[in-house]
Every structure is written in C-alpha cells, then in structure tokens.
Write a protein that binds this ligand. Sequence first.
Ligand SMILES: Cc1cc2nc3c(=O)[nH]c(=O)nc-3n(C[C@H](O)[C@H](O)[C@H](O)COP(=O)(O)OP(=O)(O)OC[C@H]3O[C@@H](n4cnc5c(N)ncnc54)[C@H](O)[C@@H]3O)c2cc1C
Ligand SMILES: NC(=O)c1ccc[n+]([C@@H]2O[C@H](COP(=O)([O-])OP(=O)(O)OC[C@H]3O[C@@H](n4cnc5c(N)ncnc54)[C@H](O)[C@@H]3O)[C@@H](O)[C@H]2O)c1
Length: 474
Amino acid sequence: MTSLTCDVAVIGAGTAGLAAERNARKHGARTLLIDPEFAGTTCATVGCMPSKLLIAAARAAHQARESDLFGIRTGPVEVDGPAVMARLRRERDRFVSATRKDFDALPEGTRIRARARFDGLAGRLSGGQARLILDDERVVTARAVVIATGSAPMVPGPFAALGDLALTNETLFDLPDLPRSLAVIGGGAIGLELAQALARLGVSVTLFDSGTRLGGVRCDRIHATLKKAMAEEMTLRLGVTPEPSKDGRAERIAWEDGEATFDRVLVAAGRPPNVAGLGLETTGLRLDDHGMPEVDPRTMQCGDAPIFMAGDANGARPVLHEASAEGAIAGRNAVAWPAVVPSRRKTPFTITFTDPPLVSIGEDPDDSAAIGSADYGNQGRARVEGRNRGLARLYAAAPDGRLIGADLFCPGADHLGHLLVWAMEAGQTATDLLTRPTYHPTLEEGLRGALRQICRAVPLELPGDSDPGQPPGL
Ligand SMILES: Cc1cc2nc3c(=O)[nH]c(=O)nc-3n(C[C@H](O)[C@H](O)[C@H](O)COP(=O)(O)OP(=O)(O)OC[C@H]3O[C@@H](n4cnc5c(N)ncnc54)[C@H](O)[C@@H]3O)c2cc1C
Ligand SMILES: NC(=O)c1ccc[n+]([C@@H]2O[C@H](COP(=O)([O-])OP(=O)(O)OC[C@H]3O[C@@H](n4cnc5c(N)ncnc54)[C@H](O)[C@@H]3O)[C@@H](O)[C@H]2O)c1
C-alpha cells in the first residue's frame, strides 16, 4: 500500500479545487490535487460554456427571425442542427483544453488521478492528521482536506429508467443533431436557459416543473413577466408531476391532466452536491439528512475539523465565481488551520442567461426595504433595438437609501446587474448613482426612474441641482 503525505489534500479538480490547491500552495503548503479524471471543469465541459455556446447560436437564429422588424428581409431562417452542435463542441473543446493547461501547470507530483474517500477508523482525525483512501488503494495523509467534489444532475427514478433517452447537461451537448421535440423537466437556471435556446433553434419545447415558480424568482412581478415571456416561446406545464414512459422510439410524458410524446427528455431537476461515497459519515462530523456537514460560509470550514468544503460540493452558492472564491478561502484556511481566518463574502449575485437575462442580487429584502421599479416595456434604448420588454426592481434600506438588492428581467440585465452589484459592494446609495453621469440613450438610463422612486420612498432629498424629472426619450 503506497502512502502519500501532504499539508493540504484537495478532493476534486474543478474550479473550486483548482483555486483551493493554488491558494494553499501560494500560502506555502505541500499540496495534492485528487481527481479520477482531470477531464476539465464542469464549467468548461458540460456547464457554463457549452450552454452559453448553445444560447449564442439561438440568439443568432432569433435575431435573424426578428430582423423583419427593422425592414431587413432574410427569408426563411434555416437552423442546421449538426452545424450548430459541431460549432458548439469545437468552441467547447477550446475552453476545455484551456482548463487542462491548468492541470499541466501543477507542480510535479501534485496531480493524483484517483477517487478519494475518507476512511472509517483510519479516517478519524487525530493529531491534526486526516487520512484518505484512494480507489487504487493508496493512502493520503494530510494536515487538512478541502472537499471540492462539485455537484451532479439529479435524475428522478422514472426518468433514470429511460436510459439514454433522458438527457442531462452531461449528455445534451454531445448530440449530433437537435431533436425535433423536447420535454424539459425543471424550470430552474438550466431548464430556462436551455429550453429557450432550443426553442429558438426550432425545437418544439415543453417545460415541466413540479413547482409554480420559474427560476426560483422571488419577486412576483418579475416572475409574471418571465413566465409570460417563456410561454411565448414554449409550452409551460407548471405545478404538475411529469411521469415518463417509453413509447417506441419516443418518450411519453403524462401529467395530471394530459400527456404528450417527445423525441427526447432533458432532465434539469437540480444538481445536488457530490458527497455520496465520500465517507463523510466516518469523519465524526455532524451530518444532516442529506449527509451534509455544516459549513461556515466565511471560512468554508466543516465544524471544527481540518476539513473544508468549497464550490457546488457545499450546495450554498452553486455558481462559478463563488466556486472560485470559496476555493481560495478554503485553500488558505486549510493551510492556516486551526487558526482559520473569516473572509467577507460577496453580495449574492446570479444571472440566468435567458433573453432578456434574469438577475438576482442580494439577500431577500424584508418589508422595510424601499423599492424602485423600472419598466423596460417602453424604455428608450430598449425600444430603439426592438428589445423593449421586462422590468427591474431595486431594493434599498432606510435611512440613507443604500442599495441592498435587485431583481431584473430586462434587456442588458447581465450588465446592469454588474453595475448594481458593484455599487452595492461599494456601499452606494440611490442618490450616489443618480449623481453619476449616465449617457443617453442607454439601458442604464432606465434605472434612474427606479433610483428616484427609492429616494422618494426613503425619503431622501435629491440634490438641489439635479433634474427631478426624466428628460423626454428615456
Ligand atoms: C449547464 C450548466 C450551466 C451553468 N452555467 C453557469 C453560468 O453561466 N455561470 C455560472 O456562474 N455558473 C454556471 N453553472 C454552475 C457552475 O458550472 C458551477 O457552479 C461550477 O462549475 C462548480 O465548480 P466546482 O469546482 O464546485 O465543481 P466541478 O467543476 O464539477 O469539479 C468537481 C470535481 O470533483 C471531482 N470529484 C467528484 N468526486 C470526487 C472524489 N470522490 N474524488 C476525487 N474527485 C472527485 C470531479 O471529477 C470534478 O472534476 C452552470 C452549471 C451547469 C451544469
Ligand atoms: N447562469 C447560471 O449561473 C447557471 C446556469 C445553469 C445552472 N446553474 C447552476 O446549476 C444549478 C442547478 O440548476 P438546475 O436548473 O438543475 O436546478 P434548480 O434547482 O435551479 O432547478 C430545478 C427545478 O427542477 C424542478 N424539479 C425538481 N424535480 C422535479 C420533477 N421531478 N419534476 C418536475 N420538476 C422538478 C424544481 O422545482 C426546480 O424548479 C443551479 O442552482 C445554478 O446555480 C447556473
């Protein structure tokens, strides 16, 4: 039995694991990075990048179809499915090879190709040492361990029984061609992005969700606008229990008051953390009903053990920039253990890349929050571009109108969201933003009405030398 020793062992070579290993090494640790495949991060292989490539193709098709609005005639728009998928994979593979360069840059001996688990008796923590058993029977002894094992699609039993006919984000992007019809199970971030993109690529899409809220949207008005927009491009079946069965070469989905057949089914019903088989129950950590330990969000530490959890593995903020940030926090604290250092966490921020994009910033506002709304249904620049739909809701706290959150579903929301979250990180108020220069005609101008509403609601005096109204054409 081979034994390996290090200061910090990182389990999982995704975005969080790579960041953890880098930062632990930067802080002087001897590190090992353990992964069974080193295939590339989820983001590059089956996540952010291929999904955005599909969305980019969908946008091109959509814009070509919409060009009539401007007097530009393209004739019927033809979607060449194999060409769409081929370009997606070509570009995806470029991103994957870039992440593989990160693996190549690891110091000699750092990369351990294996699946790791904490081991029963041998895995108990003693004297600041943690022991891992690898699936090739090597043993790793480390002062501290970072768990960065990511998440995986949850495929409910009846869908799993469909075998290859049921797609997930791990198989969709390898299809040689687009299906003619598709049932999407789950209206969360993955379901919304992919359902809309595929609908725009000519696939007949029906989106099922057992809940009635798409994308976990917290604001009723934003949700109503999102739902209306999605219903224009696909069939929505919300608040139903989809039950699949095979129907020859097709798939039949039955629900409470109907049934239909589809070429394929895409299951996007959530991605729980990859903790099964990690042997966490052998570590002495207190685990909840899902087998998850409690993780301190400021240190990424599990209980008071020399075990840290970062990225999708801890289930808290399953988006890329947080995987990277949490990996760095975990890596540094794994070196510092037991003298861990709490970090300030960034304002929660998510973008779902629908068209228009759906953005959520900040914690849920309470009843005392001042709210300002901006309607993009008639906003100047949005109208110029034929993208005039949706709205933005900004939240602020009394007494100074400090911005604390926002929900957006409007053109340019991915960029407006950055503007707002950066302002929040800087502690800025509605007045601060109103006194900044805002160019005309831009989508940013649309936010000024919402900022003025906040000033009135708090209430705050607008600076005496600022226009209390809106110039025409905004
Ligand atoms: C379709 C899709 C689209 C997305 N789009 C976006 C987006 O646009 N923007 C955004 O911010 N986020 C997006 N996300 C989320 C983002 O991709 C994830 O939050 C991020 O990739 C998580 O990184 P990670 O390091 O936690 O996990 P991963 O990158 O999955 O890494 C986990 C690693 O752990 C390894 N592993 C697992 N078990 C073990 C074990 N026992 N031993 C050793 N190694 C193990 C795996 O092999 C894997 O390499 C998307 C996700 C999906 C699925
Ligand atoms: N742009 C982005 O940042 C982006 C894009 C895609 C994914 N992601 C990340 O990936 C994670 C996973 O995304 P997701 O969309 O799979 O999960 P999700 O948790 O966001 O949504 C899952 C949806 O599936 C529904 N559902 C669950 N079981 C069902 C069933 N049996 N039948 C019908 N509906 C069912 C749920 O009600 C929910 O609405 C997200 O949390 C997100 O952080 C991010």
